[in-house]
Design a protein around this ligand. Structure first.
Ligand SMILES: [Mn+2]
Length: 435
């Protein structure tokens, strides 16, 4: 038997609710991700498709989940690689057909090696096919020959965005592991530490906790903190500089996503403190805006108002709040020179999870609802290297982002990453103290 993260009945409920959205005599076909070659016979680490994990918990490479609805009845098939000792000696022991049938929430297991022959009778009599194109070329061509293929993601995404109690339990664990990793990184910091050394502290804690990163860790000291998707992690961080760490892990495929920023010498300078306190105030306002029934953009509006007002107070912007926010309240005014990304995104099986528009986009997005998990992550960035805008010398080289993972509930926001310190006093008390 397998040890899947969810009960069989939870998977069956997901299958049922997704197929509820399909017409009678239609079929849902969900391939997993392909293995990707790194060089010669070495592959990149395999990561299964979030959709196949969601629907049946399958994590081996080479899987296709199929669910057919005919006469309002659901039947499911999982195509897997059959057992084969000669390959298993090299690649590891497979679940195989018997194993899949025994441990996974499906009706029938079939060999993926016979896909063409096995698929034909299953597609017979189906008027509509829902699938995800571009994952598996062989599958795509078989399906396209049979009929036009509609995008399966819209059927699944609206359910994936609402998390069950068990999903929340797993995401709470992922947030706790990432919180502890950040605490260790803060506690081991010192002037002159390498960005890569902080990365190794963070990621070794992920591994130690039977987890792994959910996206490549960003560790940016000084000006590197002003590069939003900085990934080199190869500079030393000098005395007097801050470091921004954006790192999260995954548990059973579910992501956490946390950002903290701290001075490597353990003491915020006056200028660093001014920017940090402003971003923290914006983040708290953003979390407070995470209420059920609130429009998607309400978090972004809340953080933006605080940041725009603060930028004026600090003399960085010389205009009215209305001008800072932008003409016609478009939240596209000059405050965006220093806060150029969205306030958050959905979080789940994907770190930028399904469910709707990203904040800062024009898409008004969905309403927040009980069971959704979002990130709240305002920031301010004053890259000394910028040529597009005047960077006040007092703040040059400062980049601050603070990010937490927030569960929307009917009784208000619950911060899943609350174990990770972010108050100035807490951070100053922790830097270097675990060395
Ligand atoms: Mn994020």
């Amino acid at each position: 038997m397998s040890a899947l993260p969810f009960t069989s009945s939870e998977y069956l409920k997901r299958q049922e609710i997704v197929l509820d959205g399909m017409p009678d005599n239609s079929v849902l076909v969900i391939p997993t991700n392909r293995k990707a070659v790194r060089s010669n016979d070495v592959n990149y680490p395999f990561r299964p498709s979030s959709y196949i994990m969601y629907l049946c918990g399958w994590t081996e490479p080479d899987g296709i989940f199929l669910a057919r609805k005919s006469s309002s009845k659901i039947s499911t098939v999982l195509f897997v690689k059959p057992r084969e000792t000669k390959s298993e000696i090299w690649e590891g022991i497979r679940v195989g057909l018997e194993g899949a049938l025994d441990g996974w929430p499906i009706d029938i297991a079939a060999s993926i090696d016979d896909l063409n022959a096995e698929l034909a009778p299953l597609l017979d009599g189906c008027n509509q096919i829902f699938s995800i194109n571009g994952q598996n070329n062989e599958l795509d061509s078989i399906l396209n020959e049979h009929s036009t293929v509609s995008d399966a993601r819209i059927l699944v995404d609206k359910h994936r965005v609402i998390k069950s109690d068990r999903e929340i339990e797993i995401m709470t664990e992922a947030s706790a592991i990432a919180s502890e990793a950040h605490i260790r990184a803060i506690g081991h910091s010192f002037p002159g530490i390498g960005e890569w050394q902080i990365q190794s502290i963070i990621e070794s804690h992920f591994t130690h906790s039977e987890s792994q990163w959910s996206y490549p860790s960003i560790v940016g000291g000084g000006d590197n903190a002003t590069i939003l998707h900085y990934k080199e992690n190869n500079c030393k961080i000098d005395d007097g500089e801050m470091v921004l760490v954006d790192a999260g892990c995954e548990v059973h495929g579910y992501a956490s996503d946390i950002t903290r920023t701290w001075p490597v010498n353990g003491k915020f300078s006056e200028a660093q403190r001014e920017i940090y306190e402003l971003v923290l105030k914006a983040e708290l306002a953003g979390i407070e805006a995470c209420q059920p029934g609130a429009p998607w953009l309400s978090m972004h509006r809340a953080t933006s108002l605080v940041l725009a007002e603060g930028l004026i107070e600090l003399g960085i912007l010389d205009c009215t709040i209305q001008e800072a926010i932008g003409e016609g309240n478009d939240f596209n005014g000059p405050y965006r020179d220093f806060f150029m990304h969205g306030t958050g995104h959905f979080l789940g099986l994907d770190v930028h999870d399904v469910g709707g528009g990203r904040q800062g986009d024009d898409d008004p997005g969905p309403e927040l609802r009980h069971g959704m998990v979002v990130t709240v992550e305002p920031g301010l960035y004053f890259g000394s290297w910028r040529t597009d805008v005047n960077i006040p010398s007092r703040y040059a080289g400062i980049g601050v982002r603070i990010e937490d993972d927030v569960l929307i509930t009917d009784s208000g926001p619950v911060v899943l990453s609350a174990g990770c310190p972010k108050e100035i006093g807490e951070i100053e008390a922790l830097v270097g103290k675990l060395r």
